[in-house]
Design a protein around this ligand. Structure first.
Ligand code: HEM
Length: 388
């Protein structure tokens, strides 16, 4: 068994330095071949792009559904994200059809209007918090628009949502498991109400009208809508904040985007600043990865963020290079569970960063950015900005 390099670097992922400077956090993983064992995670850890991609692409050997390994999974956790085929294929297909049926021109126009409105609201201010006043409300407005529903009325929604994110770090913070479970159930209750037949537009309207309950249970559909709402709110807003900070940290980057954010630049922002740092899979039968044995029942943690800094694949991986090609990053995952919301997240990032880069006065950081204490879904708590 290969021991983790320098002790168990997983311990350090929650430190403020590691959250602020992921390059330093991933340094111990560089030049590591094969999998290594983390006592903290009780799991194998894959860090190279090749190993991470191989595990994610092979759902037959590496499952998302922990019931296959004999684990209890509460009903509220049965979503598109944790099911394997054939249940996964069925629910994913219904979601894909609903996404394809969206009026994308309308979504694009409303995102652009929203961005303009939010920029106008801060234009005369000496300082503003980009997360609270821009990224988070923009992401929420957009995902409820796409879903075709009203924003959650419960003022506890941000707290509940954060409890779910915190519980993704369950191995590092076991105390988050209970609140996370309750939070998932609470949000699924909300998304279940959307399926009562009164919503006719957006993803929810499409899913309610075309729901094939013989193939996808109402509970799985409701729970999967919870994933869509939650990812659209948390992952999308965190990408916006991380991407803007990456540009502010790399002189000249925002200027380079002032003529518009092309696909190459967008993909690099996801590689460099994507919020999803890790995924986990369960090994279904004794097998090997890159010649390394993995036993049935063992967990493999896939460190997407380390893979995206793999210097065997990416030249100068810790630099933001907005013209990087090719760019085979896995910031949106890989394989059957790859992100369903990627086009929407890219649309938001393109529109918001393009508008910010095109402002007549340059943005500048007013204070140290403050990160949320989350290792799995990296994101900012506060980003205080001013002008000039
Ligand atoms: C509009 C925003 C978003 C929505 C609606 C969304 C939705 C989803 C959904 C429904 C899945 C589950 C797909 C499946 O299991 O078949 C998923 C997976 C995933 N998403 Fe997103 N997402 C969004 C934004 C993002 C962003 C910004 C990132 C990172 C840059 C991201 C990264 C991922 C990854 C890595 C997975 C794979 C999870 C796995 O392998 O288990 N998502 N997303």
């Amino acid at each position: 068994m290969i021991e983790a390099p320098l002790g168990d670097p997983i311990h350090h992922l929650l430190t403020p330095e590691a959250l602020r400077h992921p390059a330093a956090a991933w340094e111990p993983f560089r030049h590591r071949e094969g999998l290594w064992w983390s006592e903290v995670l009780d799991s194998w850890v894959a860090t190279s792009l090749a190993d991470c991609s191989a595990v994610l692409a092979d759902a037959d050997r590496f499952c998302s559904d922990w019931r296959k390994l004999g684990n209890d999974v509460p009903d509220s956790r049965l979503t598109v994200q944790i099911l394997d085929s054939p249940e996964h294929t069925a629910v994913r297909a219904q979601l894909v059809r609903a996404f394809r049926a969206l009026d994308w021109d309308g979504v694009r126009d409303r995102v652009a209007e929203n961005v303009e409105r939010r920029l106008a609201a801060v234009a005369d201010r000496a300082a503003f918090d980009f997360m609270a006043e821009f990224a988070v409300p923009l992401a929420l407005d957009t995902i409820v628009d796409v879903l075709g529903v009203h924003p959650p009325e419960d003022h506890r929604f941000p707290v509940v949502s954060a409890q779910i994110v915190d519980s993704m770090d369950y191995a590092l913070r076991p105390e988050t498991v209970g609140p996370g479970r309750a939070a998932r159930a609470a949000l699924a209750e909300l998304t279940g109400q959307w399926l009562d037949g009164r919503t006719s537009g957006g993803l929810v309207g499409h899913l309610a009208a075309h729901h094939d309950s013989g193939r996808v249970t109402t509970a799985v559909l409701r729970n999967s809508l919870r994933v869509v709402l939650h990812s659209g709110y948390e992952s999308a807003s965190r990408l916006l904040g991380n991407a803007l900070l990456a540009c502010l940290d790399s002189p000249g980057s925002l200027d380079a985007l002032s003529g518009g954010v092309d696909d190459t630049a967008l993909q690099e922002l996801v590689r460099y600043a994507g919020p999803v740092q890790a995924e986990a899979r369960g090994c279904v039968a004794d097998t090997e990865v890159n010649g390394h044995p993995v036993r049935r029942g063992q967990v493999v943690t896939v460190l997407l963020a380390a893979a995206n800094r793999d210097d065997r694949v990416f030249d100068d991986p810790h630099s933001l290079r907005l013209d990087r090609t090719p760019n085979p990053h896995i910031g949106f995952g890989r394989g059957p569970h790859a992100c369903l919301g990627a086009p929407l997240a890219l649309l938001l990032t393109r529109t918001a960063l393009g508008a910010l880069a095109g402002l007549p006065r340059p943005l500048r950081l007013l204070d140290q950015p403050r990160f949320r204490r989350n290792a799995t879904l990296r994101g900012l708590e506060r980003l205080d900005l001013g002008w000039g």
